[in-house]
Design a protein around this ligand. Structure first.
Ligand code: TPP
Ligand code: MG
Length: 344
């Protein structure tokens, strides 16, 4: 073992794993700090509309964002702040959308989570309940027709979405067409207040993969290392032509459906079970255990993220909202906007 550790290739591999883990943790931390800031702005009445957080789902989400690369397509959902950041979304884009800045990607016309950059492969979400999977299929089919090879599309979805017709149709199509789709299901045990026992009757959602004729993978969504490895493998499989992949992660939503919901219906037994572990704390313990960070390092990363988020919020709070007299109200998908129109 000691000899194996001295092998330069092994050392390189260990450093690559450490670098990836640290990078992922830092995005998770940034997402958590950002989510906490939205929650406090919401309570101060500074955000109009809903606030939807991804507490407890950062490990899974970041693994998706990091497994993708330039040219890929990503359809994140309401709990994917970490994945969005890892895929390249800026904190400014996120804050501008939540605060309705005209300088944001949706120009202040669409709130909270309905934001994206289609040109960069980041799809603005339509709905949480399965609508985005077939949009990703469409992009992947377009890539095929245009002979753009080696791209992967990832669609994140919740357990509740697996009960919808949109989910079924999209997965069936992806399997029949052998699309390089990775559908990532965050089984956070509730669809709003509906527990999984009222949503599906199979043992695990991963059993559904076989029915569609696609590969299925299960992962502990509270374990960052496991998420990086399982999601990374699924993306690699899709990229290498193995057809669509389903990843099912088990975890618990550590917040309400939105900030308007106190989640009083969540079973306390789930909270104290392994599913109720906070993936951020689990990752911190792992960083310390492996000697990849110490307490002072963790604290300084946190203050770095807090400063980043506070600076973005302070900047965006000084920006204008949309001006109804100058706004042309044309669809954001219109050609000149898709090609990078700026509000002037
Ligand atoms: C067709 C449709 N029905 C209902 C809703 C309202 N709605 C939004 S999210 C949600 C629950 C989603 O649960 P799940 O898929 O488990 O995702 P989670 O919120 O747990 O991440 C509901 C009922 C909707 N957006 N669209
Ligand atoms: Mg759910």
């Amino acid at each position: 073992m000691a000899q194996a550790l001295l092998n330069p290739e092994t050392v390189d591999k260990v450093s690559a794993i450490r670098d990836e883990y640290v990078k992922a943790y830092r995005y998770m931390l940034l997402a958590r700090v950002l989510d906490d800031k939205y929650a406090s702005l919401y309570r101060m009445g500074k955000i109009h509309g809903g606030v939807f957080l991804g507490r407890g789902q950062e490990a899974l989400s970041v693994a998706v964002g990091l497994a993708l690369r330039k040219g890929d397509v990503f359809a994140p959902l309401i709990r994917d702040a970490a994945g969005r950041l890892a895929f390249g979304e800026t904190v400014l884009d996120a804050v501008r959308t939540y605060l309705g800045s005209a300088l944001g990607p949706m120009r202040g016309r669409d709130g909270n989570v309905h934001r994206g950059h289609p040109q960069a492969g980041l799809l603005p979400m339509i709905s949480h309940l399965g609508a985005m999977i077939s949009v990703v299929n469409g992009v992947l089919l377009a890539h095929r027709f245009q002979k753009v090879g080696q791209t992967v599309g990832a669609a994140c979805i919740g357990d509740g979405a697996t009960s919808t017709g949109a989910f079924h149709e999209a997965l069936n199509q992806a399997a029949v067409e052998r699309l390089p789709l990775v559908v990532v299901i965050a089984n956070n045990q509730y669809a709003y207040s509906t527990p999984t026992s009222r949503q599906f009757a199979c043992r695990s959602l991963v059993e559904k993969a076989a029915g569609y004729g696609m590969a299925g993978h299960e992962v502990d969504g509270t374990d960052l290392g496991a998420c990086l490895s399982v999601v990374g493998h699924a993306v690699q499989q899709a990229r290498s032509g193995a057809g669509p992949q389903m990843v099912v992660a088990e975890l618990l939503r550590l917040c309400g459906h939105g900030e308007h919901d106190d989640a009083g219906y969540v079973d306390p037994r789930l909270k104290s079970s392994p599913l109720g572990r906070d993936c951020l704390k689990v990752a911190e313990a792992e960083l310390l255990r492996r000697g990849w960070a110490d307490a002072a390092g963790l604290a300084s990363w946190r203050s770095e993220m807090v400063q980043l988020v506070e600076a973005a919020v302070a900047q965006v709070q000084r920006e204008p909202g949309p001006d109804p007299y100058r706004e042309d109200w044309c669809a954001l998908a219109s050609r000149h906007l898709a090609e990078g129109h700026t509000y002037s």
